[in-house]
Design a protein around this ligand. Structure first.
Ligand code: ADP
Length: 485
């Protein structure tokens, strides 16, 4: 599709963009929403740090702009701008290259090279402050003047302030900002001297410090500074204005209540399609759902679990963090007549507890402690049941992907899980307890025996429309409102 002359110009900044650099759902959104916006006629371009882990050959990365200069702590620092395209599209992704990002990891500070030695340096707040400043310099140098800058989570949250700085305010005079909260649990909190690092003036009226201890909270800057704030599901938008889920920011979010929108994420329906998925053993569709069982048998064999087509396979794929409710899973679950496969990495205590279960009940539990994109697809395709027992869940993609693959979700009723799963397509529990999760899985395991009813439930889930199109239209409506288009 070719862009119209008067297309809305959108710049999106994100710390992850699937498949170029991914940790979780943020990457999936930043990789697929732009495609839907492009289809709707927007001239969208993306900025991403040039992480050392990015496959430069695969993504045909090329230098597009020479050195750009960014002042940090009053000293000049250089970066260069490289470019790739979102795979299969004509959407440019500008990559910011600097020693800050030469490491393999996307988050958690990292080891960087100095004088040919790896040393611990640069925490994430500094790295992403640099990324924000450099992204603005990059588009100035390239000459792309955006109507809208779409920001994602705290890694990009200072941009509404940065575009008003003396060196940026002329170029970005007519640029509006929209800030999307993917997860309020990670806010980016640090000492006030980060402002000097980011070349911002602490006297700026929008720079509100965290009242408790005088720290700077990046998320707060995004919420207060952007022209509109969105989050990734209607239910989460309501929940974050309450003390229970607001993570201390509920008052600030309420202040922005009139400009706060909940827009459900979609999934990449081209990639997540059991009929075309190249990573799974046996392709299938609604019409050939009987073939799905071959994926279960393959998965059981691969994991070293007893191969049995009748026993329900329960899948779970997540970052192993507090949010995801891994602590609800314990030895009593061995009483359920099903097999479990857990895929993820994260906090050691969760990794260890799942490994211990797998060790104690090797014919029932499999703990795969790694990030493995192929195995993830094999699990979606091979599972009968898929669990998401989250404490809170802004949107959640795994329940939607599972449904597309005919795996019936068992979810806690929170955030986007509540918006996407009801009793017609899955099993929903409310209380955050092991017992409630156990009972819900048991209902699913029992339900699996009734072949006809089960098939009807799978079919309803597979027929649900989780494409980005309708959500992208909602974003476009906000962009247009902000720019009076
Ligand atoms: P979050 O954004 O909180 O991580 P989501 O449910 O929104 O959770 O998105 C998680 C995405 O990351 C899904 O596409 C899921 O399949 C993928 N994912 C998570 N952990 C792994 C892993 N260990 N290996 C492969 N894919 C993973």
């Amino acid at each position: 599709m070719s862009l119209k002359k008067n297309s809305l110009k959108i710049l999106m900044l994100a710390a992850e963009i699937t498949p170029i650099a991914k940790v979780g759902g943020l990457g999936d959104v930043a990789g697929s929403l732009p495609q839907a916006l492009y289809q709707l006629g927007a001239d969208i371009r993306l900025c991403l740090p040039f992480y050392g882990s990015i496959d430069t050959k695969k993504y045909k990365v090329k230098k597009v702009a020479g050195e750009i200069t960014i002042a940090i702590n009053g000293k000049k620092n250089q970066a260069s701008v490289w470019q790739t395209f979102l795979p299969g599209t004509r959407i440019p992704v500008y990559l910011i290259k600097n020693i800050f990002f030469d490491c393999q990891e996307i988050y958690r500070g990292c080891k960087i090279m100095k004088n040919n030695r790896y040393v611990d340096d640069a925490n994430d707040l500094e790295r992403f402050s640099f990324f924000m400043q450099a992204s603005l310099e990059a588009v100035k140098k390239i000459g792309f003047k955006p109507d809208i800058i779409h920001l994602n989570d705290w890694h990009t949250a200072l941009v509404p302030q940065l575009i008003k700085s003396p060196e940026n305010k002329i170029f970005f005079k007519n640029t509006k900002t929209i800030y999307t909260i993917h997860n309020l649990a990670n806010q980016g909190i640090t000492k006030e001297n980060i402002l000097k690092f980011a070349n911002l003036d602490s006297g700026s009226p929008l720079i509100k410090t965290d009242s408790e201890n005088g720290d700077i909270n990046f998320m707060v800057q995004g919420i207060l500074g952007a022209d509109a704030v969105t989050t990734v599901s209607p239910t989460y938008a309501k929940e974050i204005m309450t003390a229970q889920t607001g993570a201390g920011l509920e008052k600030i979010l309420k202040m922005r209540g009139n400009d706060l929108y909940g827009i459900l994420n979609g999934v990449d329906t081209v990639f997540f399609n059991p009929l075309k998925d190249k990573l799974i053993k046996q392709n299938y569709s609604l019409k050939t759902l009987d073939k799905k069982v071959a994926n279960k048998l393959f998965l059981q064999k691969k994991l070293g679990l007893p191969e049995n087509k009748d026993i329900p396979m329960v899948g779970f794929i997540a970052r192993f963090v507090w949010q995801k409710g891994i602590d609800l899973i314990n030895g009593t679950f061995s009483g359920l007549k099903c097999q479990f496969v857990f895929l993820g990495t994260g906090d050691k205590k969760y990794e260890d507890s799942l490994k211990a279960l797998a060790k104690k009940y090797p014919s029932q539990f499999s703990a795969q402690i790694k990030f493995d994109a192929r195995l993830a697809q094999e699990i979606y395709a091979g599972s009968d049941i898929f669990i998401i027992p989250s404490r809170f869940e802004p949107c959640g993609l795994t329940q939607m992907i599972a449904m597309r693959y005919g795996a019936v979700p068992v979810v806690r009723s929170t955030g986007g899980l509540a918006d996407t799963v009801d009793e017609s397509v899955g099993f929903v529990f409310k209380k955050f307890t092991s017992r409630a999760l156990y009972v819900a899985i048991k209902k699913a395991v029992d339900g699996h025996r009734n072949k006809k009813k089960w098939r009807a439930m799978q079919v309803r889930g597979m027929k649900k429309n989780f494409s980005w199109e309708s959500s992208a239209k909602k974003y476009l409506d906000i962009y247009k409102k902000l720019t009076n288009n």
